[in-house]
Design a protein around this ligand. Structure first.
Ligand code: NDP
Length: 248
């Protein structure tokens, strides 16, 4: 399902080379937006996303930018603005899941998690909103883990996602008067490279899925598409959970 309600808009999706980010990029392009994606470790997959969008007649660009490198993230926003003439939609999707039992988490892993999952989101948002006009959209990808911790070893991951949810809430007051909305989509277990259906996490959380199955990246992308659309102009500060009832 797609409309053309994002015609003339420009979107940047961080971590758009694979999984949920790739689905979001393709969906926003299908809705008419010019889409830039960032990637870090998967240049071929990023190029394939760009090719797929172009094959459908869309406009797309891949930019290598480690979300944990603030200068690279700023440059990606600037590159998007230069190439497409502005930025209307920022989707902070890039994320990693390092962790372990609390006694064993290393400072290196802690610092990397904060850099990618928190600082990367802050910097991308700051640089994007400097260039964003009324009607702009900032959409964070959080996690249903901020509502319900189904298993141990995820305290560091949940810390970073909780930080993003708090950032979202307060940012609403800064950006509302400028006509920019800020929302967080919290996916539940979704079949991706990070959390494959059938993988170790699915054995624990699978029985808790109210709808009896894992989510699909496209099902997260459709929520992001709605929040990006003109119809969502009055929705800001929302934490939208898309988790198949996992945390209900
Ligand atoms: P994947 O690991 O499957 O894909 C991650 C994507 O982010 C890839 O495109 C990857 O690109 C990119 N990425 C990772 N690290 C960096 C980095 N340092 N700089 C730039 N890009 C980076 O993850 P998912 O699609 O599953 O997750 C996407 C988001 O959704 C994350 O924020 C995650 O926390 C969240 N989420 C996922 C859930 C799930 O069950 N899958 C549940 C709840 C939340 P590359 O390979 O090019 O580095």
């Amino acid at each position: 399902m797609s409309s053309q309600n994002l015609q003339g808009k420009v979107a940047l999706v961080t971590g758009g080379s694979r999984s949920i980010g790739a689905a979001i990029a393709k969906r926003l392009a299908g809705d008419g937006a010019a889409v830039a994606i960032t990637y870090h470790g998967s240049p071929e997959k990023a190029a394939a996303v760009v090719d797929a969008i172009k094959a459908e007649g869309g406009r797309a660009l891949a930019i290598r930018a480690d979300a944990g490198d603030a200068a690279a993230v700023r440059a990606a926003v600037v590159g998007t603005v230069k190439t497409f003439g502005g930025i209307d939609i920022l989707v902070n999707n890039a994320g990693i899941a390092l962790g372990g039992p609390i006694d064993e988490i290393t400072e290196a892993d802690y610092n990397r998690m904060i850099a990618v999952n928190v600082t990367g989101v802050f910097v991308a948002t700051q640089e994007a909103v400097r260039n964003m006009k009324a009607g702009g959209r900032v959409i964070h990808i959080g996690s249903s883990m901020v509502r319900y911790a189904a298993f141990p070893t995820a305290s560091l991951y949940t810390l970073t996602k909780g930080a993003v949810a708090g950032f979202n809430r307060s940012l609403v007051r800064d950006l509302g008067p400028r006509g920019i909305t800020v929302n967080t989509v919290h996916p539940g277990p979704t079949d991706t490279d990070m959390n494959p259906d059938g993988g170790p996490v699915s054995k624990i959380v699978g029985p808790g899925m109210a709808i009896g199955r894992y989510g699909k990246p496209d099902e997260i992308a459709s929520v992001v598409a709605y929040l990006s659309s003109p119809e969502a102009a009055f929705v800001t500060g929302a934490d939208i959970v898309a988790d198949g009832g996992f945390t209900a």
